[in-house]
Design a protein around this ligand. Structure first.
Ligand SMILES: *Cc1c(COP(=O)(O)O)cnc(C)c1O
Length: 449
């Protein structure tokens, strides 16, 4: 078996996500035979450094021996069991630990099997809470411009990335989209906190007008990842928490991408010192091993559903693979690694190396912004550095970086004109410098006219 053989068979039967399949007439696909640590190896023996943690899920490397062993042990005991009326040890232990490590007040874990499903759960649970409390008018949601919360219809509706959303517009519920605190939109002389303060006025005004019909505000804390790794100041979350309390509206923190250490703290909400009413987690939850997601909420929400059966106040949502024991075991092993090693401390050093090695790009004639929150560092290319006029999306400048990366042995997969590093935490300082070098070469190629 080699790359060519497997690719040919793939193209005959597989339909890939987020892909115009016709691209593969000229853009070769990369069939992966095995992974180890930060490395992926294809069928021809080429190796690629996984700079994007295989779509932001991997934390401690591929085929991590510790997580592998835990899953193997669990496999001999129980692969799966229904979670309604039944339970199992991995889900109980995982829930105890998640309650202990997430922001104060979050006391209940409701499981699903992917990030979008967790967002659906949070939206439905918030709506249903208000319904159970007799507030029938609360049916709407507020989200931020440039947000992304997944691609099932409910999750897509509360997102704002046109690439994913526009086509399916006619199918989606109507939401209120408020201009967000994205620091890329700063005016000359403004810092990120000032942008956040200025932009919060729009949120305050929307809440003032619509709180009576609003279930919840949903945000990605600190980094809007799929929206091009756009970042904002934690103060925004403090003002939002305070306003949601004042107006009687839930706050949903979608930490699916930023949770588990990505922004420099275990959860991004910690940097604002806030507890959301709902916290959605997935991606890094299992260390990037198996599909699992969870929505954490507090007692007040839980209690609003707790009643006699015949009052029909129970939450109505289920997935076949809810809290799969193997996935819960991968999550437990992942949490063990956070406990055993000083991951957050080591990441601080790695983040400093990311900052230092990408810094030269600030002077690049086609780079408008080099930004970072912990283990996420992004570089935004523009046609005009002064006016920040973007390259037209049709030019697909990022593709040159992707191709160059593969040639040099790095998996860099830009989001439009934004190239970024979001590596597994087991990466070394030297490997970060290598990735930065490859990215710089790629950007030079991409910006050639
Ligand atoms: C990836 C992502 C989702 C969706 O998760 P899936 O498992 O891909 O459905 C939702 N919200 C955010 C912030 C994400 O990054």
């Amino acid at each position: 078996m080699n790359n060519h053989d497997l690719t040919r068979r793939d193209l005959a039967v597989v339909w890939h996500p987020c892909t115009q399949m016709k691209d593969h007439e000229h853009l070769p696909m990369t069939p992966i035979r095995r992974g180890e640590g930060v490395w992926l190896e294809d069928f021809d023996g080429n190796r690629y450094l996984d700079a994007i943690s295989s779509w932001w899920v991997n934390l401690f490397g591929h085929a991590n021996p510790y997580i592998n062993a835990a899953i193997r042990r669990q496999l001999d005991d129980l692969e799966h069991v229904i979670l309604a009326g039944f339970t199992h040890e991995p889900v109980v232990r995982l829930s105890e630990r998640l309650v202990a490590i997430t922001p104060p007040g979050l006391s209940r874990c409701f499981y699903a099997d992917n990030g979008s499903a967790a967002v659906e759960v949070a939206l439905k649970m918030s709506f249903h809470y208000w319904l159970n409390r007799g507030q029938k008018d609360k049916t709407r949601f507020i989200c931020l411009s440039n947000s992304y919360h997944g691609e099932t219809l409910g999750a897509l509706a509360v997102g704002d990335v046109p690439l994913y959303k526009s086509t399916y517009g006619p199918l989606l519920m109507e939401v209120m989209t408020v201009p967000g605190p994205d620091c890329f939109e700063r005016e000359p002389g403004e810092d990120c906190e000032q942008v956040a303060e200025r932009m919060f006025e729009a949120m305050e005004a929307t809440l003032a007008r619509h709180a009576h019909e609003t279930c919840a505000v949903i945000v990605e804390p600190l980094v809007q990842c799929a929206g091009g790794m756009r970042m904002y100041h934690p103060r925004y979350l403090q003002w939002l928490r305070e306003a949601c309390d004042r107006y009687g509206v839930h706050l949903i923190a979608d930490e699916i991408a930023v949770g588990f250490g990505r922004t420099g703290t275990l959860f991004a909400c910690e940097q604002a010192g806030i507890s959301p009413d709902f916290m959605c987690l997935s991606k890094g939850l299992t260390g990037g091993y198996l599909p699992l997601s969870v929505v954490l909420t507090h007692d007040q929400v839980y209690d609003a559903f707790y009643d006699e059966y015949t009052r029909l106040t129970a939450f109505l949502h289920s997935h076949s693979y809810t809290a799969n024991p193997l996935a819960c075991t991968a999550a437990l092993a992942t949490l063990d690694l956070f406990e055993r090693d000083d991951v957050i401390g080591r990441n601080r050093r790695l983040a400093a190396v990311m900052a230092e090695s990408l810094a030269p790009l600030k002077d690049h004639p086609h780079v408008a912004d080099v930004r970072q929150h912990g283990m996420i560092a992004a570089v935004e290319m523009v046609r005009n550095k002064t006016t920040r006029e973007p390259y037209p999306w049709q030019e697909r400048r990022g593709l040159a970086i992707y191709r160059h990366g593969l040639k040099r042995g790095a998996l860099l997969r830009p989001l439009g004109n934004v190239s970024y590093l979001m590596p597994p935490y087991v990466i070394t300082e030297e490997q970060i410098r290598f990735l930065a070098q490859v990215m710089m070469e790629g950007i030079d190629l991409a910006c050639r006219d």
